[in-house]
Every structure is written in C-alpha cells, then in structure tokens.
Design a protein around this ligand. Sequence first.
Ligand SMILES: Nc1ncnc2c1ncn2[C@@H]1O[C@H](COP(=O)(O)OP(=O)(O)OP(=O)(O)O)[C@@H](O)[C@H]1O
Ligand SMILES: [Mg+2]
Length: 297
Amino acid sequence: MVEDQVEHLRKMRAAERKSGVNNKKKVANQALLLSVTSGKGGVGKSNYALNMAIVLAGMKQKVLLIDADTNLANLDILLGINPRYNLSDVITSDQFMRDIIIPGPGGIDILPGSSGVLEMLDIEDEVQNRLIDSYAELEQEYNYIIIDTGAGLTPSIISYVISSDEVIIITNSEPTAITDAYAMIKVISSQNPLLGIRVLINMVDSQQEAADTFERLNLVVQNFLSVSVDYLGFVPTDSNVVRAVARQTPFVLQYPRSPASAALRLTTRKLLSERRSRQLRKDGDLFTRYFQTKQDK
Ligand SMILES: Nc1ncnc2c1ncn2[C@@H]1O[C@H](COP(=O)(O)OP(=O)(O)OP(=O)(O)O)[C@@H](O)[C@H]1O
Ligand SMILES: [Mg+2]
C-alpha cells in the first residue's frame, strides 16, 4: 500500500519533469548556484572555489561546496581529507545528498563529487528523482552552492555550468588559457543565454596585467559573440598559495594577510554585492536541468 503511494509519487514527479512543470514551493532565499570553471586546466579553480567559499561563509553566508571532479583529486587533496561517501553513493545506494555532506574548514559544507558517474550510468528515473529531490532540499538550506568543475569542454562540465545561475571562468594571462576561456564562453553562452558570466584572472603580477588580460578576452567576446562578460577581478601570483597547498590548508585561513587572501576578499565582496536575482531561472533546479540538457544532446 505504502509502496503503491511511493510509486505513484515517483510517477507524478517523472511526469512533471517531462512536462517541465516544477510545482515545488520556492522560498525567497534559495541558494544561488555558482560554478567555477576554466577552459584550460590548472589555472586555479579548486583553490579559488574553496577559498571563496570560506570567505563567503565568513560573510554570514551558508555555503555548500560541491567537488564535481574527485577523480582528478581536487578538494580532497587540497584539504587532506578522504571522504567516506560521494555523489556516486547517492546514485548506487539509497542515500540522499544531505547524508554525504561533510563539514569543511571555515564553516563551509562540502559535498564530495564523483567524476563521470552521472554520465557513465544510464540513470533510472527513480535515481534521477532522488537526486532532484535531495538537491531541492539543499537549495532551501544554503545561500550559495558552489561547484568546482574540472577543466575543458566536456559534456558533463558544460551541463553543470549551463545549469548554474552564474559561472566564474578562471584564466591566467597565457594566450592558450585565454583562447580556451573564449571557447568555453562561446559554448556556454549559446546553450544558456541567461547565464551570468564572470571572469577572474588568476596568477598575475599586477593589476594592470589582469586588466590587460581581461581586455584581450573581452575584445574577442564583444567582436564575435552576442553576450557580455563581467570582470570579477584578479588574484595575484602569491607563493603563500603554493605553501598553503603543500600544507593542505586553505590559504585564506593559513595566510589571511597574504596578497592572494586580500584579493580574494575583494572579489568575494563584489560577488556578494552584485548577487543576481534567482528569478531568471524558470526551468527547475540543478538536476532537473542537468538531466534535461543531457536528454537534449
Ligand atoms: N594565485 C596563485 N598564486 C600562486 N600559485 C597559484 C595561484 N593559484 C593557483 N596556484 C597554483 O596552481 C596550482 C593549481 O591550482 P588548482 O588546483 O586550484 O587549479 P585547477 O584549475 O583546479 O586545476 P585542475 O584543472 O587540475 O582542476 C596550485 O597547486 C598552486 O600551486
Ligand atoms: Mg581543480
């Protein structure tokens, strides 16, 4: 009897998803979904995402950081942790996302991801529903949900990014990194024209170098694409970042007075003060959109 009801509810949800109806009650203060990505690898995404999450938490925001790329050893290596469960356990067992969340440094929560799982399995409706439902639960609890994605134009990364409210694209001043950032902007803006796109320049020697790098990128964006991108700011090359990585501690906590920490606080304040309205999103939450974009491909 109870099972019948559960089955009925599942079918209703599946039907709602197919028809694009999302009748979950929305609260005023839903999490803003922010992905941190890059075209080229190794430009500083995981460090930025982790430390920005901590700074946001210090500004009274409730923050969940999702590591979408654990196979490449990102947040777990940066923090020296070895989470027992990850997103694949939500898929392969009957756990909900809240069950696998672990407390992180500086008051943030971390949801350990799982590389490739969402693509590899042909995920059944029931599991899709569990992901959608458990994400909806999280959305009510946090002010920000930040996804540290891998690098590059893989279908999984693109799905995460275009399912977000905003994306921060990180690049350094190398021409290859700028070119790859442009390619990323081109693809994601064509797939989600409402996405807010910000650019963060990492590992530069001066404010001028950062501004020049942004200008170089922005020029091609303006000339060839019909979107605009916002300059979020920069983080200088700082040996404290490297030292903190070696010690497996976030640099904003270990070296709060370092130039990188000061720059990070500045860009995070900007991000917070320019927080976009969630009203732009009408097509459901992260996993509803994630599975939708997969179906469309
Ligand atoms: N502002 C900085 N100053 C100095 N070094 C930095 C800075 N930011 C990042 N790095 C260096 O770059 C390395 C790579 O950073 P990180 O792991 O955050 O990059 P990523 O973009 O997440 O890489 P991947 O694409 O492999 O996920 C760090 O280990 C650190 O040594
Ligand atoms: Mg990384």
